[in-house]
Design a protein around this ligand. Sequence first.
Ligand code: ASP
Length: 321
Amino acid sequence: MNRRNFLVETTLVSAGLALAPKLLISQTPASTAGNKPIVISTWKHGIPANAAAMIILGAGGSALDAVEQGVRVPEADPDVTSVGYGGLPDRDGHVTLDACIMDDNANCGSVCFLEHIMHPISVARKVMETTPHIILAGEGALQFALDNGFKKENLLTESAKQIWIKWKKKNLIPDKRDVHDTIGMLAIDKHGNLSGACTTSGLAFKLPGRVGDSPIIGAGLYVDNEVGAACATGTGELVIKIAGSFLIVELMRNGKSPAEACRIAIERIVKKQKNYKEHQVGFLALNKAGETGAYSLAKGFEYALAANGENKIYPSDSFMK
Ligand code: ASP
């Protein structure tokens, strides 16, 4: 990309960031095929995350660096109650985090049931790059993070604590469609290489020790640089049961478009999960050609797409209308 294109692109992306996401809702994105770089991520908090990722991609950086830096934005945002700092706690008031990252060489790293670390995605990357392992959990993951210079912090904000106290008093059963919003992010860089990242505080008020789909390679995230990448949000148990992100990548390998692959994965959940109406699951996919797709179980899933000098929110098509 030449300097002029880079400036135009980053200016437009910053302009997108400055506008309220609501103003940016369009129905269907223009085709992104062939227009690298591209970043796609889940929910409205994807807008500032995409903007951070695009700064790296626009300067010729790698998809791996872009997805890591991108998802660090909601991880550090106290107003995002479903990721990192400010995330809603488990039943006992502990904020426990799950995250994973995967690069264009099928390397991957993951942490789960991790407490007190603001950026689990960067710990997951360290696991990937400096250990012979893929997943570190709980105390071991925390010790690894501290040994690698990450700071121990309190991630339970006052406002998240108040929401938890209110929930405990009323002993409300949370609506399973309202207690999630993981950030999953997929990117293709100007060299055509794919990477992905996924990070979450998981389902609010979950049982202590519960781990969702987000740190499970093949469930919350999967990348195959020959084919494409996929990521998930929503009730992790449903995603794990169908190995959702891996399934979508395999469907794309067999010729499905990203949108078709996401729809077929949701239909698999509907077929297998009797109480699917109580849940939300959303999938995103990006293929090697730069085409994107999304599909969700229930209405209301939105995603942020940054490409062609724009960074906008789009509503996903859904199985339940
Ligand atoms: N998928 C996440 C989990 O089950 C929830 C979410 O999307 O926020 O932990």
